[in-house]
Design a protein around this ligand. Structure first.
Ligand code: BGC
Length: 698
């Protein structure tokens, strides 16, 4: 989120904005500045300026928050876990008089407001040199309101949690408590993040009060699941509907997402794990039948913290392994094993994991570019540090009761079908280091694990629906899979519309997808409207059913099933048409009849869609399930240039995410403005998704 290359303000600018409170006795002024703020976090920078008359060769700065916690930093050596200390790196310690060094950081607000702490340290000389603008420029890169200096917590007023208070707990993770009905956060926003007893700040959650407060009394009310309480944690599920419904138990229950380092939690939850069938049995045709879907507590807490978010917070969303570091995050936040363990703790038996780290990832766009670059090194790292590690975790016998749904590399093979004029995609077509050999490697590894069900991504109808694209895609993707060791048996099926917005149905147009305009005497096809550009697949259900039929004809077994990501393709809200248009102009007819309200079907970034069909099994012939792969509320890509994601610096600014950009199609992108980087929480987008949900949310 921070502009790394370009400082927003030079020293003179800071002074003129009143950003620096003079530090009379020191050689320097130290300024804490928020550069970007979103619902749950912020990025900031500390500018250390040598305001004395002699050079310094090193510096250090210390500070302490009340609720906020650091979740990353750059351009300084940062140590501690509140208080924090930062010292210079080898290259930015020397400061001539008047010179400054800047380092950046990311903060998890931890349920609190953005804080502006006091700064102290060698060069700041204990002065009260941190300060905030008295007025901030009205730019969205600057928070619209920041605490006044009088509300800045002094280091003495903040009360870090002592290790003693946390002893019962060890390493600290979010704790979720319910006291009335069901597990989760239904009635009582009580997901708490206990603060820093360990070396890691607790990465997620909300520091609450009352039952959520961090005190010895609240800690004693928190218990880890036991076999007797675990039943109240189990989402109920019937065979006809696999939507997770919180149980109606009124007993008080607590879910403690476990982590690899929290052995005390693990052992206390082992009874619930062992009650789960220890073996998956034969391979299932449709693994979603009778499934108990995992609820990702990290996403769920974010959804729950949003106004109205509790209506969706208990649905399954996929866990994205979008970089090597996501498997076992070095900052202690939830990794792959933590999710699988939490699934066992919930007595779930189905979890979706997105495998998403191919070299040259997102080759035709910039928003989700990945950490690996095409070539021998990228291939080696993808295989050894990513796929092998994931496969070995999936193979752990303790997870054998879980049906692991692996969503394989969104957008990758479809890009080889249509985007070979883009150099990065051309490279990705390489048969040694490109998408196909690396995807084969992935499928070869995963198909050896009997409880892993791989679904290969196929874009969506508005991408591969044209006859020529469709045919090429069947061949390219089919052959890619046939080239694996297990061939057509290496997959459970295909997934469409991953992170997409194409609706499941166009209720007023689907029946006309291959027909003439009503009243046109047969002369005008509906699909020749600008919006469809002759593509005869208007929506996802028809597209995936046709895809499955073609793949079976191409030699795939009839057990293959389709998934559709419905997390954001609902298109409800006030602008949803309620009847077919009566216009005789084909464009007007289509525009007035379609529920997909995008300016163009190629618009993919942060659209004004709505929550779609809730996850459920077997919604239509040949379709294993509607699933939520893209967690609602997470951005598709950053909305403006010059912002770096410190955790994922390869992610770029794609103009398809800029609402002011007119694409080559001649239409605006229609993106929601000011979105953060892909994958980060975007409160405004989440609220829009709730408002535009279809079917509407109760
Ligand atoms: C991003 C991933 C993220 C995923 C889910 C993708 O667009 O590139 O980093 O995990 O969306 O939000």
């Amino acid at each position: 989120m921070l502009t790394r290359m370009k400082k927003a303000y030079g020293l003179a600018g800071l002074l003129s904005l009143g950003l620096i409170a003079a530090s009379h006795s020191s050689q320097a002024a130290c300024t804490y500045k928020i550069t970007n703020e979103w619902n749950t976090g912020l990025t900031g920078e500390i500018v250390v300026t040598n305001s004395g008359s002699s050079a310094v060769s090193s510096w250090s700065v210390s500070w302490q928050y009340n609720a906020n916690r650091l979740s990353g930093s750059w351009n300084a050596n940062v140590s501690g876990s509140n208080p924090y200390s930062a010292s210079n790196l080898s290259w930015n310690g020397n400061l001539q008089p008047g010179q400054s060094a800047t380092f950046g950081f990311q903060v998890d607000k931890n349920g609190g407001a953005a804080e502006v702490p006091q700064l102290s340290g060698s060069i700041c000389s204990g002065s009260t040199s941190s300060s905030v603008p008295s007025s901030v420029p009205s730019s969205s890169s600057v928070p619209s309101s920041v605490p006044s200096s009088s509300s800045v917590p002094s280091s003495s007023s903040s009360s870090p949690i002592t290790a003693q208070q946390c002893n019962w707990y060890g390493t600290l993770y979010p704790v979720c408590v319910t006291t009335t009905s069901g597990w989760g956060w239904e009635n009582n926003r009580s997901c708490i993040a206990v603060s820093t007893c360990s070396s890691q700040p607790c990465p997620y959650g909300i520091v609450g009060s009352g039952s959520c407060g961090v005190s010895s009394s609240s800690s004693s009310s928190v218990v880890t699941p036991s076999s007797s309480s675990s039943s109240s944690l189990v989402p109920s599920s019937s065979s006809s509907s696999s939507v997770v419904v919180p149980s109606s138990s009124s007993s008080s229950s607590v879910v403690v997402p476990s982590s690899s380092s929290s052995s005390s939690i693990r052992s206390s939850s082992s009874s619930s794990s062992s009650s789960v069938n220890s073996s998956q049995g034969p391979r299932l045709d449709n693994p979603f039948v009778d499934a108990r879907w995992y609820i990702d507590p990290v996403w769920s807490a974010k959804a729950q913290a949003e106004n109205g978010g509790s209506r969706v917070a208990n649905y399954n969303t996929a866990v994205w392994m979008d970089r090597i570091g996501a498997i076992e995050p070095p900052d202690g936040s939830f990794g792959l094993r933590d999710h699988l363990d939490a699934a066992l703790d919930q007595n779930a038996n189905l979890i979706q994991v997105v495998v998403y780290d191919l070299p040259n990832r997102d080759c035709h766009a910039l928003a989700s570019n990945g950490e690996l670059v095409q070539g021998p090194e990228g291939t080696a790292r993808y295989r050894n540090e990513y796929i092998d590690v994931i496969a070995s975790i999936f193979s752990d016998p303790k997870y054998s009761s879980l049906r692991i749904i692996a969503i394989i590399e969104p957008d990758s093979l479809p890009n080889l079908v249509t985007n070979l004029s883009t150099p990065a995609c051309q490279e990705a077509a390489d048969m040694t280091h490109g998408y196909i050999p690396n995807t084969r490697y992935t499928l070869n590894k995963l198909s050896q694990i009997s409880n892993v069900y791989s679904y290969v991504d196929i874009g969506h109808s508005g991408w591969l629906g044209w006859d020529d694209n469709f045919g090429k895609a069947i061949t390219l993707i089919g052959d890619a899979i046939k080239g694996t060791t297990a061939g057509v048996n290496s997959i459970a099926g295909f997934v469409s519309n991953t992170a997409g917005y194409t609706p499941v149905y166009e209720p007023f147009l689907d029946s006309l997808a291959s027909s003439a305009m009503p009243g046109s005497g047969g002369g005008t096809q509906v699909r020749q409207a600008k919006f469809y550009e002759w593509n005869s697949y208007f929506s996802e259900v028809a597209f995936v059913q046709a895809w499955r039929t073609r793949m079976i004809a191409a030699g795939f077994p009839s057990t293959i099933g389709m998934l559709i990501d419905t997390s954001r393709n609902g298109w409800g809200g006030p602008n949803r048409p309620t009847a077919q248009s009566t216009s005789t102009n084909v464009d007007t007819f289509v525009d007035e009849s379609r529920v997909d309200r995008r300016y163009h079907r190629g618009n993919w970034c942060n659209q004004y869609g709505g929550i779609g069909e809730r996850p459920r099994v077997s919604p239509a012939a040949g379709i294993d399930a509607y699933v939520w792969v893209k967690p609602p509320g997470e951005s598709d890509g950053v909305g403006r240039a010059g912002i770096i994601d410190p955790v994922d610096p390869a992610k770029g600014f794609d103009r398809f995410c800029d609402p002011t950009f007119t694409t080559a199609n001649g239409t605006l992108t229609g993106s929601i403005p000011d979105a953060p980087h892909a994958g980060r929480w975007h409160s405004e987008a989440f609220q829009i998704l709730l408002q535009n949900a279809y079917p509407p949310l109760q």
